[in-house]
Write a protein that binds this ligand. Structure first.
Ligand code: HEC
Length: 125
């Protein structure tokens, strides 16, 4: 009987604390709603374009990778901008608030992938 009480308490606690955590995790995977138009302005205003190019196409001169469209999840994107591991300067949430970053991400997401070489007629003559 005693172990039954302990077990049900345990299950109750798991229900109480376990599920909200799982839910919170799930929702953070989806990119937050961002305004692509505002993101385009921020991409220029915050200086991302200086290294990554106007369309986030990347640049051989600066060594900045193509980030339009981003290959990272929003979480990975945000983590990189906050704590880059190589040449890129870090941007704190004071410099670029989370919502601004979500807007920039939405802008980059709106950029189409470049066509593949085999799909460009001039390159296939
Ligand atoms: C001074 C140049 C510079 C600026 C400004 C800059 N970046 Fe970068 N960024 C880089 C370089 C170089 C890399 C390649 C990795 C490295 O060396 O850190 C990079 C990599 C990244 C990556 C990782 C890409 C990947 O797929 O791994 C993201 C995301 C990114 N930049 C976003 C941004 C955003 C958003 C901004 C503007 C807020 C910005 N960067 C401004 C130079 C810059």
């Amino acid at each position: 009987m005693k172990s039954f009480v302990v077990l049900s308490l345990f299950i109750f606690a798991a229900l109480l604390f376990g599920f909200p955590v799982a839910k919170a995790r799930q929702s953070s995977d989806a990119p937050p709603a961002g305004n692509a138009q505002n993101g385009k302005k921020l991409f220029v205003g915050d200086g991302c374009y200086e290294c990554h190019g106007r369309e986030g196409q990347g640049s051989a001169q600066t060594g900045a990778t193509r980030i339009g469209p981003p290959q990272l999840s929003f979480e990975g994107f945000q983590n990189y901008v906050r704590k880059p591991t190589n040449q890129m300067p870090p941007y704190t949430s004071k410099a670029i608030p989370d919502q601004d970053l979500a807007d920039i991400y939405a802008y980059l997401k709106s950029i189409p992938m470049p066509p593949k070489g085999k799909d460009i007629p001039l390159l296939n003559k």
